[in-house]
Design a protein around this ligand. Structure first.
Ligand code: URA
Length: 181
């Protein structure tokens, strides 16, 4: 993982290297059973170099607590490692350039379960551009021997009233899967 993180720090594969303050590679134990994957660093993440520490992170922490998942035991990262200006959705081109870092991180951690937050993360992991989260939620996908659960991004609770319950359900499913033998 150290060499992957170093490569991310040195990365100049896309224009975001010129506008980022800090790269946000991800954090958590390398033996985590669950990886949570968000869309990309926000303002607070770009300042600190840490994932999920801004408003979205606080909402995520609340959901994790509600289902009894301990943040310290999870690996948290994003499909892209640098902030998009104005928090725009990352283009396909940028995701394609960055995704090899995530693929390598998943290989190192070899989790039992991947949870994607938001549609861009679901598309990147399931490799399908025509997906809708409403069709994906409550389903368990398989990536090699890793189970994949796709849910809404915690920030979406501002405009989607039902997202909170959907996110909680997804986290519960993921927790159950991560404890299976
Ligand atoms: N923080 C992150 O690191 N990723 C997100 O998707 C949202 C907040």
């Amino acid at each position: 993982m150290e060499s992957i993180v170093e490569e991310i720090r040195q990365c100049t594969r896309c224009p975001l290297c010129a506008t980022r303050n800090k790269v946000v590679p991800g954090e958590g134990p390398l033996n985590a059973k669950i990886i949570i994957i968000g869309e990309g660093p926000g303002e607070e993440n770009d300042k600190t170099g840490r994932p999920f520490v801004g408003r979205g992170g606080q909402i995520l922490d609340r959901f994790l607590m509600q289902v009894g998942l301990n943040r310290e035991e999870l690996y948290l990262t994003n499909i892209i490692k640098c902030r998009m200006p104005h928090n725009a959705t990352p283009s396909k081109n940028i995701v394609e350039k960055c995704i090899t870092f995530l693929d390598a991180q998943i290989k190192v951690i070899s989790p039992k379960v991947i949870i994607t937050l938001g549609l861009p993360a679901a598309k990147a992991i399931l490799d399908n551009a025509t997906l809708k989260l409403s069709d994906l939620k409550n389903r368990v996908f398989q990536r090699g021997n890793i189970k994949v659960i796709c849910t809404y991004h915690p920030s979406s609770i501002r405009y989607n009233k039902n997202a909170s319950q959907d996110i909680i359900n997804s986290l519960m499913i993921a927790k159950g899967l991560s404890n299976e033998e």
